[in-house]
Design a protein around this ligand. Structure first.
Ligand code: NDP
Length: 468
C-alpha cells in the first residue's frame, strides 16, 4: 500500500527513463499542437530521471502526471472597440498551473503569437522558477493574442478593461497574482489594475509591476535584467572571473534587455548588441549609458523600432531579420557572454555553435526558454557557464514576491533594500542550483540543478497536501 491507500502498481519496476517516456508520450497525445509545452516538459523531465530513481514515492503518487496537468485553464472572449468604432475580438487566457507552494503567480503576455501551448509552457516553467526563488508562490501565466503594437493608448486601455472584466473574477491577492511579460509593461498594468479596483471596490496587491505611486516596488522594472546579470556574476565567480572588460551580446530591447544592458555597464562589461522583432543593432564602440537612455526613450515612450539607433550612432550597423538564413545574426559576433532577452527559441543549434565559435563562455537566459534543445545540449557538452532561464531570470518574479510582501505590510522598502534582497536571492538561487547539480552527480550542470531543486519543493508539497 502507498500513502494514498491504493495498492502500489508495477510502475516502479520500470526504469525512471521508461516511466518518463510513458508520461511524455501521454503529454504529447493529450496536448497536440503544443510543441513549446512538450519542449518545456521534456527539458524538466530529462533532469528528473536522476530524482525518480531515488524517490519511488513520487511515481506512486503520480506526481509527474499531475504536475503536467494545469489545476485550471481559463479561456475567454475579449471584445473591444477600436478608435474607428469597429468591434474587435481577441482571445484571453489564464493558466493556473500549480498552487502547491502559494497563490498562482506569473505574467500576462500580449502578443499575436500567444496561444494555449505557449502559455502552458510558460506556466509550467513558472512553477519551478517560483519554487527556486524560495518565496511562497505557485505558478501561472496568462495573456492574449492582442498586439499592442500600433494601437493607441485608448485602444490599449479599452482592451485591458475588457480583458480584466473577465479575469477579475478568477484572481485575487491570495488566489492568483498576475504581472507583466512581453507586451505588458507599466501602461498595461495600470489599466488592468484600474479596472480590477473599479470592479471589486478594493485596493489590493492583485497585480505586481504596479506604478510606484500606487503600490509598486522600487527595482521591480529592473529586476529581471539585473537578476540575470547577478546570476551570471555568480557563475563567473566559480571560475574566479568578473565582468570587467567582457564583451556581451544582448537580444531584445524591451524591459529585460534594457536593464540587462544597464547592469552590464555598471559591472564593467561592454554590451554591443540589442534587437527587436524586425532586426538587430551592433555597436562595436559599446552601448553606453547615454545610448541606453536613447533606446529607453525610443522603446518606452516613442514606441519606435531599434533600427533608428543607427541613424543617431553612425558607427553602429543594423541587420534586418532574414528568416531564410536559418540563424540569428545577433549571435554571430565576437564576444565573451550572451544574454538572450527577447523570446523563446531565439538560439537554435546553429546559433549556439556560432556563439561557441566566437568565444562565448557565459550564457545567462533572461528570456524564457530561449535555447532550443540542440542549443542547450551544445552549451552543456562544451562545459560553458550556462544559466537556464528558470534560474537566471527568476529575479523578476522574486521581486514581484517582494512587492506582494510590501503590499501586505502596507510598506515600501528603499531601492537599496530591494536591490540587496534581489541580489541575495540570485546568489541563493545560484548556490542552490550549483549544489543540487553536484548532489545529483552532474557538477556544473545548472539545468539539472535548477530543474531538480525547483521540482523537489513542489513535489514534496504536493505529497503533503494529498490527492488534490
Ligand atoms: P518586452 O515586451 O518588454 O520586450 C520584448 C522584446 O523582445 C522586444 O524587443 C521585442 O521586439 C522582442 N521580441 C518579442 N517577440 C519577439 C520575436 N518573436 N522575435 C524577435 N524578437 C521578439 O518583454 P520583456 O522584456 O518583459 O520579456 C522578454 C523575455 O523575458 C520574454 O521571454 C519574457 O517571458 C521573459 N521574462 C520577462 C520577465 C519580466 O519581468 N518582464 C520575467 C521573466 C522572464 P518587438 O518590440 O519588435 O516586439
Amino acid at each position: 500500500m502507498n500513502d494514498y491507500g491504493t495498492v502500489t502498481v508495477a510502475r516502479e519496476k520500470r526504469s525512471a527513463q521508461d516511466y518518463i517516456n510513458e508520461v511524455l508520450a501521454e503529454v504529447k497525445a493529450k496536448n497536440q499542437a503544443e510543441p513549446e509545452f512538450h519542449q518545456a516538459v521534456f527539458e524538466v523531465f530529462d533532469s528528473l530521471k536522476l530524482v525518480l530513481d531515488r524517490h519511488l514515492e513520487y511515481r506512486e503518487a503520480k506526481i509527474l502526471e499531475r504536475i503536467v496537468e494545469p489545476e485550471r485553464v481559463l479561456m475567454f472572449r475579449v471584445p473591444w472597440f477600436d478608435d474607428q468604432g469597429n468591434v474587435q475580438v481577441n482571445r484571453g487566457f489564464r493558466i493556473e498551473m500549480n498552487s502547491a507552494i502559494g497563490p498562482y503567480k506569473g505574467g500576462l503576455r500580449f502578443h499575436p503569437s500567444v496561444n494555449l501551448g505557449i502559455l502552458k509552457f510558460l506556466a509550467f516553467e513558472q512553477v519551478f522558477k517560483n519554487s527556486l526563488t524560495t518565496l511562497p508562490m505557485g505558478g501561472g501565466k496568462g495573456g492574449s493574442d492582442f498586439d499592442p503594437k500600433g494601437k493607441s493608448d485608448n485602444e490599449v486601455m479599452r482592451f485591458c478593461q475588457s480583458f480584466m472584466t473577465e479575469l477579475a473574477r478568477h484572481i485575487g491577492p491570495d488566489t492568483d497574482v498576475p504581472a507583466g511579460d512581453i507586451g505588458v509593461g507599466g501602461r498595461e498594468i495600470g489599466y488592468l489594475f484600474g479596472q480590477y479596483k473599479r470592479l471589486r471596490n478594493e485596493f489590493t496587491g492583485v497585480l505586481t509591476g504596479k506604478g510606484l505611486n500606487w503600490g509598486g516596488s522600487l527595482i521591480r522594472p529592473e529586476a529581471t535584467g539585473y537578476g540575470s546579470v547577478y546570476f551570471a556574476k555568480e557563475m563567473l565567480a566559480t571560475r574566479k572571473q568578473s565582468f570587467e572588460g567582457k564583451v556581451a551580446l544582448v537580444s531584445g530591447s524591451g524591459n529585460v534587455a534594457q536593464y540587462t544592458v544597464e547592469k552590464l555597464i555598471d559591472l564593467g562589461a561592454r554590451p554591443v548588441t540589442m534587437s527587436d522583432s524586425a532586426g538587430a543593432i551592433y555597436d562595436p564602440d559599446g552601448i553606453t549609458r547615454e545610448k541606453l537612455a536613447f533606446v529607453m526613450e525610443l522603446k518606452n515612450v516613442r514606441r519606435g523600432r531599434i533600427k533608428e539607433y543607427v541613424d543617431v550612432y553612425k558607427n553602429a550597423k543594423y541587420i534586418p531579420v532574414d528568416p531564410t538564413v536559418g540563424f540569428n545574426p545577433i549571435w554571430n559576433f565576437k564576444a565573451d557572454c550572451a544574454f538572450p532577452s527577447a523570446t523563446q527559441n531565439e538560439i537554435n543549434g546553429k546559433d549556439a555553435q556560432n556563439l561557441l565559435n566566437n568565444g562565448v563562455t557565459v550564457v545567462s537566459e533572461g528570456s524564457n526558454m530561449p535555447s532550443t534543445p540542440e542549443a542547450m545540449k551544445l552549451f552543456l557538452d562544451h562545459g560553458i557557464l550556462y544559466g537556464p532561464a528558470k534560474a537566471a531570470n527568476a529575479g523578476g518574479v522574486a521581486t514581484s514576491g517582494l512587492e506582494m510582501s510590501q503590499n501586505s505590510q502596507r510598506l515600501s522598502w528603499t531601492r537599496e533594500e530591494v536591490d540587496k534582497r534581489l541580489h541575495d536571492i540570485m546568489v541563493r538561487i545560484h548556490k542552490d542550483c550549483f549544489e543540487t547539480a553536484e548532489r545529483f552527480g552532474t557538477p556544473g550542470n545548472l539545468v539539472n540543478g535548477a530543474n531538480i531543486a525547483g521540482f523537489l519543493k513542489v513535489a514534496d508539497s504536493m505529497m503533503d497536501q494529498g490527492l488534490v
